[in-house]
Design a protein around this ligand. Structure first.
Ligand code: ADP
Ligand code: MG
Length: 264
């Protein structure tokens, strides 16, 4: 079954008495183990689209379905459960809890879901290690670099084994090499869990790792031209994790993003 279907979705914001059509009749489908990338200028509606898919905003018209189920049918409790269990949301500002260790930050969704702390920590430890944070487990965000904070946020998003990972400019504060490594690892971990990834990024080299790329302008989404011979069907073959079991390799030539962190 298709993981995510966005059908003719429209969302207008009202700002200073003016209506802005932030998302304008957008259509999109995403399968498990696929990564789609959206790029576009600031203000083009990317974050609004992600918030609609996360059920944190309601569309004015159109329909969004997750595994065939319209989000509009969910009541508030079901929406909260969706966010804890089926969705992983990574935002540009990581919003980690201050003065709380990386380990505890990573476990928060499980704890909110009633998982005993010991079991939650046991789930977080290997994930944080894969993200190159084995020696940062007990550091609070204040003592972590922006890249480390971003990787804690990735662990927090993935820990519940979500079906869909939504990442809104997760590498905005990283240098190019770290950005590619982060996206590669994010994709690899998500694919290993059978999740689909919707990535919003400004970074075109990170975008080249996606199966399909879209450009957003003035609220409208259109298929982007493949860059460097990748993207589109070429990328489907090169990095498609449905075919390979796991993603990685493909564009950029770094086999496993984790290696980038472990070398440091
Ligand atoms: N809560 C809001 N209230 C009013 N206008 C908003 C709100 N959120 C976003 N907008 C406007 O909607 C448009 C799309 O914004 P956004 O989705 O944040 O774009 P992007 O993520 O591509 O930068 C922009 O013109 C922005 O100013
Ligand atoms: Mg944005």
């Amino acid at each position: 079954m298709t993981l995510l279907t966005v059908h003719e979705v429209v969302k207008r914001h009202c700002s200073a008495g003016e209506q802005i059509c932030a998302v304008d009749h957008v259509n999109l489908t995403l399968q498990r183990e696929q990564m789609l990338c959206i790029h576009g200028p600031s203000g083009s509606g990317k974050t609004t689209l992600l918030l609609l898919i996360a059920a944190l905003l309601q569309p004015d018209s159109g329909e969004i379905c997750l595994e065939g189920r319209p989000l509009a049918q969910l009541d508030e409790r079901a929406r909260a459960r969706l966010l804890r269990r089926q969705l992983g949301l990574i935002t540009q500002s990581t919003r980690l809890m201050p003065r709380v260790s990386a380990l505890e930050n990573a476990t928060v969704k499980l704890l909110l879901d009633g998982v005993p702390p010991r079991r939650a920590r046991a789930r977080a430890l290997p994930l944080l290690a894969r993200l190159g944070l084995a020696d940062r487990l007990h550091h609070p965000p204040e003592q972590l670099s922006s890249g480390e904070r971003q990787r804690v946020a990735i662990a927090r998003a993935l820990i519940s084994g979500p079906a869909l990972l939504l990442a809104d400019e997760p590498t905005a504060h990283l240098d190019s090499a770290s950005s590619i490594a982060t996206v590669q690892l994010l994709r690899k971990l998500a694919c290993e869990q059978g999740a689909g990834v919707l990535l919003v990024t400004h970074d075109t080299s990170a975008a080249a790792l996606a199966d399909r790329s879209f450009e957003m302008r003035d609220g409208r989404l259109r298929r982007a031209e493949p860059a460097d011979g990748l993207g589109g069907d070429a990328a489907d073959r090169a990095v498609g994790c449905a075919a390979d079991g796991v993603a990685g390799g493909g564009a950029g030539g770094v086999a496993d993003g984790a290696a980038h962190w472990q070398r440091r």
